[in-house]
Design a protein around this ligand. Sequence first.
Ligand code: ZN
Length: 352
Amino acid sequence: MAWTGDPIWLADVLRAEGLAVIEHAGWRGRGHGDFRDLRGVMCHHTAGGGPNDWRVVQDGRPGLPGPLAQLVLERDGTYRVIAAGVAWHAGAGSHPGWPTDNANWHVIGIEGVNNGVGQVWPAAQMNAYRRGCAAILRRLGGPASDCVGHKEWSSEGKIDPNFDMVSFRAEVARLIAGSPPAPVENEIDAEALVARAWIGARLTPGELPTADGVGRFARFANGTIYWHPYVRNGEATAVPAHLMKTYAQYGFESGFLGYPTLRHTVVPGVGDIQAFEGGTLYRRYGYDGFPVRGVIGKRWAAEGYETGLLGWPISDEYDNGTGGLAQDFENGRLQWDPSGAVKEINRGSDAM
Ligand SMILES: [Zn+2]
C-alpha cells in the first residue's frame, strides 16, 4: 500500500482539495494507537444532527472512549480533523481486501453530521463528503471501491450512512479521476419545457456552474432554472424572476437557502411561494419577499401558513433583544426564546 502509519497529512490533503478544515488541538497525537497500512475510507452519519456531534466523536461516550472517528463533516461542509490515530468506528464486518472484523487499524472513518431519520443532507455537505473521500483515496492510491459505507461493511446491522452508497461511490470515482460531473443539459432543458408557459426566452447559452462547482443554472427572461445532482433527485427547478429578487438578497444557492426543492406556487393576485433547502420564500406582489424557516417557521406552519391568522411574513427573522429571534407577519409576531419557553406568539400586538 501507498501509506503505512498514521495519516498525519489528513488536514493538508483536505485543504488542498479546496475544503474547509478545522484542526482540533492535539489531533496528530489522538487515537487508540497507530494505524497499520491504510486501505480506504468508511462513511458514517452521527445520528445526532447538531453542532456538538463532534464532541462525542472526539471524547467518546460511556463505555466507548474517543476518538470514534478521524473526521467529522459538519452540515456546512467543514471538516473537523479529530485524530490521526486509530478510532473506534468500524465494529465487526467485512469488505473485499479489508481484514474481517478489524478495519479500525486500516480505514479512516468519517462521521457526517446528520440525525439519520430524515434530516436533509445539505448540498454543501454532500459535495464535501464526496470530495473528501476522493482526496483521501487519491492520496492512498486506492480506487473508489475502497470508499465503503458502514452499513455495507457491518455485520452488526449498522444502517449508516442513510444515503445511497452506489451513486455516492460513482461520483467519488469521477472525482478521483478528476473528470467533471455527468452532463446535465437535459434536466434544465426538461424543466424549461415544463415552465414554457411563463419562463420566456433563454438568455444563457448552455449552462453555467453554480458556486459549489457541482450544480448548474441557466437564466431565462422570466426566471432561472437550477440543477444539482443531489437536490430534488437530480431534477432541475425553475425559480420565477419575482422570487429571484429575494433569492438574490439571501445569496442565491450559496446562501442559507440553498437550492430550490419544489416548484413555486402562485397565489393568484397575491404572491409567489417557493421552498428551498434552508427555508421557504414568500413574496407578495408589490412588496419585498422574506424567508420563513426554523422553529418560527414550524410554529407559523402550525398556525396555517400564509392562509392562517398571522398571514404573510413582512420581515425576516431579527434579534428580539433577549437572545432570541422574532419575525413579523401581517397580523402578528412570532418569537423564539432559547432560554425560556420554546416560543411565544403575540398576535395582533405591535407587530406592525
Ligand atoms: Zn457508523
